[in-house]
Design a protein around this ligand. Structure first.
Ligand code: SF4
Ligand code: SF4
Length: 416
């Protein structure tokens, strides 16, 4: 770990009011400043890796709200993630971590097959029965938690359904490679279908390589830097085989990771080039706002937007999604209070740290309720999963949509 990054913290405390775990606990050890100090003391050999210390570090969501607020460029979330990776490289992956991060996640076919029993569970009516009877309350809590977060699964993954090349509508303005995130393909396939449709309608030929693999974000989250680097090399080589203007994704978490390939694979010639081409879908659509306007028809709804951490804090994208929503005629845009505060999802955090995750989610739901919106929009699968469950439990009248789904729905009205 780069020691300079640790000593850059001047302990001003400007990050504190932005840190979700500090806001919940008011503990210095659960704040960005405190986490940086703990890692520094560990590096300097003044502290040991006690269970308690590791617990404070593991409470970090890696939301990077602290990095957005810090005047010195300190990124406590990233430092905690780097520390976890270094620790894991010493201890090695556990059996389950190895199974998930190495044997399952990097293989799209295996991931797709692993969902078959869940699909059967939903379609056979067993899920309804299990939920009605509360059977899962008798099993370990994480299982009940995961089941509760599971939304209805599409019959097939989008990767299996989609053509590798979707032609441009009308005159071709360019070619883009589409990075189809695992969760988008497996669960939120309608949103990614809408993304491809929008790109094609704006004149892009969309190439979705079938052999692309997970971006590696789960590996990073699990401290498996070697696994992340393997994923990065595979994706760089695959997309390098196509002559594309941009590599587009509609998954905030994937976009943030893909943009860091150049950093992770320092010295690998094509990595910087690959990362420089990566764009969040909102960035590409915003380039063609005028053309998009001609495709959109009124949608008389009040809409608000939740900034995914991986889009706002990690990629610095805040304006484009809002500007795109405001293009839709008839739509009333209502800004969400603390829209860029984490929703508590953070990968598997909502399963690993259910109590803290629920407290953070509750703050988000309270602001959504206060906004008076009929539709909540966001652009990251983790947020979609977390907010879907939260809205279903507390605000069932509010629809949750991906940004591209709202734009596509407005386009559909146009066709009527
Ligand atoms: S991390 Fe940044 S904002 Fe927080 S105390 Fe240190 S210098 Fe200040
Ligand atoms: S990444 Fe998020 S949770 Fe972690 S220290 Fe920074 S603001 Fe707090």
């Amino acid at each position: 770990m780069d020691y300079v990054k640790l000593i850059n913290c001047m302990r001003c405390g400007m990050c504190l009011p932005h840190c979700p775990t500090y806001k919940e606990t008011f503990l210095e050890t659960a704040s960005p400043r405190g986490r940086v100090a703990l890692i520094r003391k560990l590096q300097e050999g003044e502290l040991d890796q006690s269970e308690r210390l590791l617990e404070y570090l593991s409470l970090c969501l890696d939301c990077q709200a602290c990095a957005s607020a810090c005047p010195c460029g300190v990124n406590a979330g990233e430092l905690v993630a780097e520390f976890t990776c270094e620790r894991k490289s010493d201890t090695g992956l556990g059996f389950m971590e190895d199974l998930i991060l190495r044997k399952l996640v990097p293989h799209p076919d295996r991931l797709e097959t692993s969902l078959a029993p869940l699909r059967l569970y939903q379609n056979s009516g067993l899920q309804k029965l299990v939920r009605t009877l509360g059977v899962l309350k008798m099993f370990p809590k994480p299982l009940d938690r995961m089941e509760g977060l599971l939304p209805p699964l599409p019959a097939r993954s989008l990767r299996q359904e989609i053509r590798e090349v979707t032609p441009a509508v009308g005159v071709e303005r360019g070619k883009v490679g589409f990075f189809l995130g695992c969760v988008m393909s497996l669960i939120f396939s309608d949103a990614s279908r809408a993304t491809i449709r929008l790109l094609s309608a704006l004149g892009y030929t969309v190439i979705t390589p079938k052999n692309q693999v997970c971006c590696g974000a789960p590996n990073m989250l699990g401290g498996d830097l070697a696994g992340l680097k393997d994923a990065a090399r595979t994706n760089i080589d695959i997309f390098g085989g196509y002559d594309v203007d941009f590599i587009v994704t509609d998954c905030g978490g994937c976009g943030a990771e893909l943009k860091k390939y150049g950093h992770h694979l320092d010295g690998y010639a094509q990595a910087e080039e690959f990362s420089a081409k990566v764009r969040d879908i909102s960035q590409v659509l915003a380039l063609h706002a005028k053309e998009l306007c001609t495709l959109l028809k009124p949608l008389d709804k009040t809409v608000t937007y939740h900034d995914p951490c991986h889009i706002a804090h990690c990629q610095g994208i805040r304006k484009e999604p809002r500007d795109l929503l405001k293009l839709i005629p008839g739509l009333i845009y209502q800004e969400l209070e603390t829209a860029d505060a984490c929703c508590g999802s953070a990968g598997t955090y909502n399963i690993a740290k259910p109590e803290m995750s629920d407290r953070i989610l509750q703050r988000k739901l309270d602001t959504v309720r206060a906004s008076g919106a009929e539709i909540l929009v966001t652009s990251n699968p983790g947020c979609l999963l977390q907010l879907k469950k939260g809205l279903a439990d507390q605000l069932p009248g509010i629809r949750l949509m991906h940004l591209t789904e709202v734009l596509s729905e407005s386009m559909n009205s146009h066709a009527e």
